[in-house]
Write a protein that binds this ligand. Structure first.
Ligand SMILES: Cc1cc2nc3c(=O)[nH]c(=O)nc-3n(C[C@H](O)[C@H](O)[C@H](O)COP(=O)(O)O)c2cc1C
Length: 314
């Protein structure tokens, strides 16, 4: 038995990462219906919008699904209250201290998973009592750690130190990548970028198309002084790079970022001035597909790789 399928009561150990402006109820329910675990990304939702997404997700699937809550966002108390009121069974927390909410959520009978990008925080999450950890490497789309530890090195280092179930994230968009991280000690995978280029993602179609067109070297981790984030290079990214040549203060960086940049880019489709969060693996994503097809293909590729590897002789 696989620890992740057992923990969440799902068919495949494939989690669709919570993603601002991409993962609403449509994507989450599609992934859950396909046998993975879909997550609603609460980070871009006002509390009542989140409630609506949870209620719609409950109608769209009878399978388990969860909510991802980045703890740096405002309204966190209200978001946690809604999650409990709506009977959500699985919560993935990120971007904050795992100690803050884990005990409270667990007391409500909720399965809690925390997202980390280092061994240090994986240990903190385990000590805080979470049920599993997502370890996310430097390749990943969206916000990330400062240490630049890649998935290939992060997963075995975290595996060495923790004993709870481990989910690998960052750079995984194929079944053979899933096989690779499981060989390194992960019990399952979380994928973000691959699901942005899905029919059900709520991201703007122009952003999805840009993801499909992206190639190697088209993303970069920047804004480390605020909250490190991996972005597709565009005019906004160039403006940030230009500002860095002047040795900016934190306030100058904040001023350039302004408000609602991510919404503008990923939801409204402003590919010039918006913030476009995506992972390095976008270079391997060549089409926009239904989420169920993505899940099915990953599972098939994983099986093929398994057979191939078992017959490979050195
Ligand atoms: C557009 C986008 C938005 C994201 N938003 C969030 C978020 O709100 N909360 C979070 O914990 N992770 C977020 N992530 C990270 C994903 O959940 C996932 O861990 C990551 O994408 C995995 O790496 P990959 O992009 O290489 O698959 C986001 C990623 C992307 C691409």
């Amino acid at each position: 038995m696989n620890k992740i399928t057992e923990l969440f009561k799902i068919k495949y150990p494939i989690v669709q990462g919570g993603m601002i402006w991409a993962s609403g109820w449509k994507l989450a329910s599609a992934v859950s219906n396909a046998g993975g675990l879909g997550l609603i990304g609460a980070g871009s939702m006002y509390p009542e919008v989140l409630r609506e997404h949870i209620q719609k997700c409950k109608k769209a699937t009878t399978k388990p699904f969860g909510v991802n809550i980045p703890m740096l966002y405002p309204n966190i108390e209200e978001i946690m209250k809604i999650v409990v009121e709506e009977g959500v069974k699985i919560v993935f927390t990120s971007a904050g201290n795992p100690k803050t909410w884990t005990t409270h959520l667990k007391e409500q009978g909720i399965t809690v998973v925390h997202v980390v990008s280092s061994v240090k925080f994986a240990l903190k999450a385990e000590q805080a009592g979470v049920d599993a950890v997502v370890a996310e490497g430097f390749e990943a789309g969206g916000h990330n750690g400062r240490d630049e530890t890649t998935t290939l090195t992060l997963i075995p280092m975290v595996r060495e130190k923790i004993s709870i179930p481990l989910i690998a994230a960052g750079g995984i968009a194929t079944g053979n990548a899933m096989y690779a991280v499981m060989a390194l000690g992960a019990d399952g995978v979380q994928m973000g970028s691959r699901f942005v280029a899905s029919e059900e993602a709520s991201s703007h179609p122009d952003f999805k198309q840009k993801v499909v067109e992206a190639g190697e070297g088209d993303t970069h981790l920047t804004l480390k002084e605020l909250a490190p984030v991996r972005l597709l290079k565009n005019k906004f990214y160039d403006d940030v790079t230009q500002l860095y040549t002047k040795g900016p203060t934190i306030d100058e960086l904040k001023e350039l970022l302004g408000r609602a940049r991510a919404k503008r880019g990923m939801f409204e489709g402003d590919l010039v001035e918006g913030e476009l969060e995506i992972g390095q693996v976008s270079g391997l994503i060549h089409d926009i597909k239904p989420a169920a097809t993505i899940v099915q293909q990953i599972v098939e590729e994983f099986s093929e790789t398994k057979t191939q590897m078992s017959t490979t002789l050195f």
